[in-house]
Ligand binder design. Structure first.
Ligand SMILES: Nc1ncnc2c1ncn2[C@@H]1O[C@H](COP(=O)(O)OP(=O)(O)OP(=O)(O)O)[C@@H](O)[C@H]1O
Ligand SMILES: [Mg+2]
Length: 410
């Protein structure tokens, strides 16, 4: 990762970033252009660039469940059939939220005019001029902040204490960061017994209440400094405090603002609400893209979960499209089967997460994520399915031997 250098000390000060994270697709049949432009973009740590020789499989990807999230920026090269690629992209994506930049070895007024007519934001020279590129990226970032999408919020709620919401939230957040490489922040909202950091083997320096004290002034640099970084790229903030009874800075207003700021800079915010919904953390429930209600096959758990769901539905109007029930530690040998579990919760299906105490316990005791403790375990496979549902970019099926292997393992 490249860094800005502090000129006085010559030391790296902080990673180079633009105002918000940008997802870019770079399309060119010329490998040298792909390498050069992707390499230049790699200087900004929050600009993610996927390089393609051609745009293919767009329609199939679009038809996948949940659809595809289009990039913030499409980068084309004038020596390719760029107008055709752009038309194809627009036809499938069907909206104009993605900005387009065109690269050219010899940008001239005729090309500029042609590009502007096609709805391209800017034509940039090759080799890249860093300042020129930065100016264009900054404009796209500013537009995204004003009009663009915010990161997705996924909330893990317990139907009753101890159902496994912390373990599931941490594992899914880690999978998104590690295997999908999507920018993910995990918020541990348990101020008394918060333990996501144990599962990740890290020690956060700052707590959520400290972040909320300065939430008004928080910019992306300050935010990055407050978040604890895991090797996988996952960021974590815990709310564990020394204050009995919780910190007074935890208010719905400050937390709502914090959530928005995190969503402006990251693809996903996963919130562990295993200790329950409280007034201050309601913004997470209200803004949830997915609300995972974690239960187990026991009547008290199902009764409490049904009551909580009724209250949440009443208070927020959340529909079943956003709600997912997770039956954790599921065993087909127990009395309460899948249908008996879904019926009181008013849903037609549930995600069945197998019981695997040895693996879950290894994560907690050794501070290692699920991908290390049980990479190929059925438990991990189910949670990969949850990751796929949340991910911005669906995985394209692998080809060749790898694809055959994937199909056999399904
Ligand atoms: N699928 C699973 N199979 C086996 N054990 C599991 C599974 N999921 C979680 N556990 C174990 O269940 C215990 C409780 O998990 P966790 O701390 O995530 O629960 P919680 O719902 O967050 O609890 P709390 O209400 O205290 O916040 C832990 O020991 C964890 O390792
Ligand atoms: Mg918990």
């Amino acid at each position: 990762m490249s860094t800005v250098v502090d000129l006085r000390s010559g030391q790296a000060a902080y990673p180079r970033m633009i105002a918000t994270s940008l997802d870019c697709w770079l399309v060119s049949a010329h490998p040298s252009v792909l390498e050069h432009v992707a390499g230049t973009l790699g200087q900004w740590s929050n600009v993610r660039c996927q390089a393609y020789a051609a745009l293919q499989h767009l329609e199939e990807a679009q038809q996948e469940e949940g659809g595809m999230l289009w990039p913030d920026l499409l980068l084309l090269y004038d020596q390719d059939d760029w107008e055709c690629s752009l038309a194809e992209f627009r036809e499938v994506s069907g909206h104009g939220l993605t900005a387009v930049l065109l690269f050219s070895q010899q940008p001239d007024t005729a090309l500029m005019r042609q590009a502007l007519r096609a709805g391209v934001q800017d034509v940039l020279g090759l080799p890249c001029d860093e300042d020129e590129l930065l100016e264009s990226l900054a404009a796209v970032a500013a537009h995204k902040l004003q009009h663009g999408r915010l990161g997705r919020v996924s909330v893990f709620l317990n139907g009753k204490g101890g159902m496994g919401a912390t373990f599931l939230a941490t594992s899914v957040a880690h999978l998104l960061a590690k295997e999908k490489q999507e920018r993910t922040v995990l918020i541990d909202a348990d101020s008394q017994f918060g333990c996501c950091h144990y599962l990740l083997g890290v020690q956060p320096k700052f707590s959520l209440s400290e972040a909320l004290e300065q939430v008004e002034e928080l910019d992306d640099m300050a935010l990055e400094g407050l978040l604890c970084k895991h090797d996988s790229g996952l960021r974590l903030i815990g709310s564990r405090t020394e204050q009995l009874g919780g910190a007074t800075t935890l208010t719905a207003q400050s937390f709502g603002l914090f959530l928005t700021k995190v969503r402006q800079h990251y693809d996903h915010v996963v919130v562990d609400l295993s200790r329950g919904v409280e007034a201050w953390n309601m913004p997470a429930v209200l803004e949830a893209h997915r609300l995972f209600m974690v239960v187990q096959q026991s009547l008290p758990a199902l009764r409490d979960a049904a009551l909580l769901l009724r209250q949440i539905r009443q208070a927020t109007g959340i529909g079943n499209d956003k709600l997912r029930v997770i039956a954790n530690r599921y065993s087909p040998r127990l009395d309460i089967g899948r249908d008996a579990l879904c019926q009181p919760l008013g849903v037609s299906s549930a995600i069945l997460v197998p019981n695997d105490f040895a693996t879950a316990n290894a994560c907690a005791n050794l501070g290692i994520p699920l991908t290390e403790a049980g990479r190929h375990k059925p438990l991990t496979r189910v949670l990969r399915g949850v990751m796929e549902e949340l991910a911005l970019q669906p995985s394209l099926p692998r080809t060749g031997f790898a694809g055959i292997w994937d199909r056999l393992r399904r």
